[in-house]
Write a protein that binds this ligand. Structure first.
Ligand code: GLP
Length: 268
């Protein structure tokens, strides 16, 4: 198993295989770092990866000195609300991975001064030495974090307005009511994500196929925020067959995976 960035697009049979592979890539990337820094995402996509990482922790992987930075948070939800990303990250990441809660950071969507909270968040990431590996899902509209279409490709952590489609997609977490989904959020910017030392995007299912194709093969542009990953020299995309089903150049991705040059790292 290699380190992140050796293979650009990895297509695996099913979501369980995606989770296993992504967890192994993260473990390999963080291995040997005295104070590893993991970027974490919410949503359904990374859950299998967290479950596999938890199994690795159970079998001896030590993440007790790891720091974590979440991508985003809703504005105006009490951090104790079960769907506030503070709670979601605690439940799905901090506890199962045995992280020290004092080292787990989520943007403060309840701050009186949201702009200052965003600046503080960027400073905290920098003070930690940057993010070693940023795990990402992808929205059906191509968003990463909560960087909706139209986001600046150079953006830093800031306040954003959610797209109506994202509010509809996330209504399932709020009793099926899109109106109950907050309108605003804080999110790491695309520039923030690009500053991570490596990025790992996971996507599964047919509903992500168009976004995955636009990200990997579409033109680079703000209309598909995830396409910014084309600029990152250590970006790895792990998808299942269904999420890969609209990729045009599948033959090459598989060939490149099976014929990676010795010591390769990064986009060639
Ligand atoms: C959410 C999150 C993103 C996530 C995306 C996809 O709104 N802010 O970080 O990647 O939408 O979610 P899912 O994995 O549940 O499809």
């Amino acid at each position: 198993m290699g380190t992140l960035g050796k293979v650009e697009i990895i297509v695996l049979s099913d979501p369980a295989a995606v989770g296993r592979h992504a967890a192994r890539l993260i473990a390999d990337t963080l291995a040997g770092k005295p104070d590893p820094v993991l970027g974490v995402a919410t949503g359904s996509s990374p859950l299998a990866t967290y479950a596999e990482l938890a199994a690795l922790v159970h079998n001896g992987l030590d993440l007790s000195r790891a720091s974590a930075f979440a991508l985003d948070e809703y504005v105006g939800l009490d951090p104790a609300h079960p769907e506030a990303y503070h709670s979601v990250i605690h439940r799905t990441v901090t506890v199962p991975l045995g992280l020290d809660p004092a080292r787990v950071h989520v943007p403060n969507g309840s701050a009186a001064d949201l702009r200052a909270a965003c600046a503080d968040y960027e400073a905290a990431i920098e003070a930690a030495g940057g993010i070693d590996v940023q795990l990402l899902g992808i929205g059906a509209n191509g968003h990463i974090g909560f960087n909706e279409p139209g986001s600046s490709l150079g953006s830093s952590t800031r306040v954003k307005t959610l797209a109506p489609r994202t509010r509809r997609d996330n209504a399932r977490f709020f009793g099926g009511e899109a109106e109950a989904v907050p309108v605003h959020c804080l999110t790491q910017g695309i520039g923030t994500i690009l500053r991570a030392h490596s990025v790992l995007l996971v996507a599964t299912g047919e509903s992500k196929a168009a976004a995955v194709a636009a990200m990997a093969e579409g033109p680079l542009g703000a209309c598909c925020p995830a396409s910014a990953l084309q600029l990152h020299e250590r970006a790895t995309v792990v998808v299942d067959e269904a999420a890969a089903s609209s990729l045009r150049d599948r033959e090459y991705y598989d060939f490149a995976r099976d014929n990676a040059p010795e010591g390769a790292f990064g986009r060639d």
